[in-house]
Design a protein around this ligand. Sequence first.
Ligand code: ATP
Length: 449
Amino acid sequence: MNKASMEKIVSLCRRRGFIFPSSEIYGGLSSCWDYGPLGVELKNNVKKAWWQAVVQQRDDIVGLDTSIFMHPRVWEASGHLKGFSDPMADCMKCKMRWRTDDLDGDVCPSCDGELTEPRQFNLMFKTFMGPVEDEASVVYLRPETAQGIFVNFQNVVTTTRKKLPFGIAQIGKSFRNEITTGNFIFRSREFEQMEIEYFVKPGTDKEWFDYWLKERMNWYIGLGIKEENLKLRPHGDAELAHYARCCSDINYNFPMGLAELEGVANRGDFDLVQHAKFSGKSLTYLDEDSKEHIVPYIIEPSAGVDRSVLAFLCDAYDEEKDKDEIRVVLHLHPALAPYKATILPLSRKEHLAKVAKELYAEVRQCWMTGYDDTQSIGRRYRRQDEIGTPYCITVDFQSLDDKQVTIRERDSMKQIRIPISELNSTLAAKLGGEPFEVLPPGGSHGFGF
Ligand code: ATP
C-alpha cells in the first residue's frame, strides 16, 4: 500500500474537480481554496455525517447557526483581543514576517537580514461595520464558532429546557490571519469548523472529557480512518490555552507528519463566567437537585471541516497494482463519497443510451449519481475509482433484452448482474444507508390538502 503524498492529493483534487486554488485565473490568493463539484459533495457529506452523529442521532445536543460578526465586547470577554496572538518579528531587509517560534537564529531565514524586536500580532481579521470607518465601528471576523454558542447559552436553555449534561453544536466559517499557512487545506486563513460545547455539572467534567475523546476518535474510525493513523496528544501544562483546564489534540498522520485534526478541551467555567462578567447578564443554570444556580463546566470537541476532508482523502488514497497497471483508488466510506453510483452505458448507440439515461434519471432521484459515456469502459472504471465512487452500473446490449445491469464494486472490483427492478434496493443494501429523503420534486406546488 502506498501512502499518499501531498503532491498526489493536491494534483488529484485539482485534476478531478475536488479543490482549486482560489481566484486561480488571477494567479490565486495565498492559502484560500475553492471546493469544486466533487469537493463540495465530499465536504457537505463530512458535515452531514458529523451533524447526524452529534445532533440528529442524540437527544442531548441541539444545533445553532450564529452570525460571523459578533459584538466586539465578545472578543474582549473571550480573551481573543488580548491573548489570541503570536509573537512576530519582521525582516528589515526583505520585509518578510516570521513567527518567533519558527526562528532558529536571530536573522531572517530567507535573506539573513536583520530582524525587528518580536511583537504581538493579533490573528483576528478586523473590518468596519456601517458607513463610517472609525474605532467605534470596528468588528472582527470570528476566529472560532464557539463564542456564538456561549453567548446563546441562556437562549437555548430557556427555549429547549435541556437539562445538564447537554450540548450545543455548530458548523461554520472561521477566519484567522495565520502567519504561516500551507500544506494545502490544512492551514488556511478562511476555514470551517465543527464545534460542540458540552455543558456538564462541575465535578463530572473529567469523565465527560474522556467520553468525548473516545467518541470523537470513534467517529473518524467509523467513517473509515485507519486507527493507526490517529494519535492522541495531551497538552502539557505550559502549552494549555488560557481558558483550558486540560486539552488533548486528536492528531492525524498527514503526509507531512502527525498534526492536529481536532482539539478536545475542558474549558471549565471560563467562558460563561467571562461573558456574564462582560455582559452583566446571569449565565447560570438552575440545578433541580440542589435548587442552586450553578455555572456549568464545558467540554469542547472542536474539529476542522477542511482538515477532516484532507484526512479522509489521504486515508482513502491508494495505489494498487492491477495486472500491469497502477490503479489509483479512493476507498472513501460510501457516506462520504461524492457519487454513490455512476451509470455507464457500454456504448453511445442511441437505443442503449436511451435506456441508460432513463435509468440515470431514476437512480439520481435516490442517490447522488454520475453518468459517464466517454472512452473505454476500463478507463471509465478507473476514473470512478479515482474519485471514490463505490458502485458502477453498466448498461450493455444484453440489458435491452434481459432487463438486467452489471454492478461493479470499487474496492473488490467484483461484478454482479441484477435485474434493473432491484437496482435501488440493492444499492440501499450495499450502501448501508437511506436514499435521499422523499422530497417533492423541484418547482412542485408543495403539500396541500
Ligand atoms: P493549530 O495549532 O494547528 O493552529 P489550533 O490549536 O489553533 O490549531 P483550534 O483553535 O483548537 O486550533 O481550532 C480547532 C480546530 O479548527 C483545529 O483542530 C483545526 O481542525 C481547525 N483549524 C484551526 N485553525 C485552522 C486553520 N488555520 N486552517 C484550517 N483549519 C483550522
